[in-house]
Write a protein that binds this ligand. Structure first.
Ligand SMILES: N[C@@H](CCC(=O)N[C@@H](CS)C(=O)NCC(=O)O)C(=O)O
Length: 221
């Protein structure tokens, strides 16, 4: 059995800060002595269970987020771009079907979990394109390297209770760790789970792991 420390990364592709945190973690995965477990979750479910208002319903927080995202995108070198209709894309359409698909990928083809998640983020948070229609999800899967056949089967499986329940379970696990938003990172160090909220706590996490933090783009430092 590996004695490497495990970092669980709970995320939803509707969440731009999750994308930022995901890319940074992918860059550090081979630098730090850690195993990264990607855990697809459902942001709307987490926020509802937390009892907090969703960020767009907290006007000051929302305005701050809109001014914060472009500068973090630049600093972290992740090409984020706001959807042209935030309310329609993020709140109305949301990510339930996309995250059920990502969960099906986690269950049946985990080797594609990272690229499929990234391609969905690129669609919603960079290209301002849909992630709710079957065609959109198939397109993302294809870009991630899945065959059309594989992807179609997984789309069909999103209707199965096993897949729906797995996304619920992942979300409930994040809640048990104390999550109230995404990304939520759980670092298992010395047999204990340590929960971090956000993509902006890597410096502290690195300190706890005894690893080096070289900024969000370590290749450049
Ligand atoms: N400071 C965090 C903010 C992360 C964040 O705002 N995440 C949103 C989703 S994109 C969220 O879950 N918000 C819930 C909350 O703020 O209570 C970061 O830089 O990553």
């Amino acid at each position: 059995m590996s004695n490497r420390r495990v970092l669980e990364f709970f995320y939803d592709v509707v969440s731009p800060y999750s994308w930022l945190g995901f890319e940074v973690l992918c860059r550090y995965r081979n630098i730090w002595n850690v195993d990264v477990h990607l855990r697809p979750g459902f942001l709307a479910g987490i926020i509802k269970a937390s009892g907090n208002p969703p960020p767009p319903m907290a006007p000051k927080k929302f305005a701050y987020m809109l001014q914060d995202l472009p500068r973090v995108s630049e600093c972290y070198q992740v090409p984020l771009r706001q959807p042209s209709d935030f309310f329609q894309t993020i709140i109305k359409k949301g990510s339930l079907q996309a995250m059920r698909f990502v969960t099906a990928v986690e269950m049946s083809h985990p080797e594609f979990l990272e690229p499929v998640s990234r391609e969905l983020w690129i669609r919603i948070w960079s290209e301002d394109t849909d992630i709710t229609e079957t065609e959109s999800i198939l397109e993302a899967a294809k870009k991630a390297g899945m065959s059309a056949d594989q992807a179609k089967k997984l789309i069909e499986s999103t209707a199965l209770p096993e897949v729906k329940n797995k996304l619920k379970q992942n979300t409930e696990e994040a809640l048990k760790y104390g999550a109230f938003g995404l990304p939520t990172i759980v670092a298992h160090v010395d047999g204990k789970p340590h929960m971090y909220f956000g993509s902006d706590r890597y410096e502290v996490l690195a300190h706890q792991l005894g690893e080096k933090w070289m900024g969000p783009v370590p290749q450049k430092s």
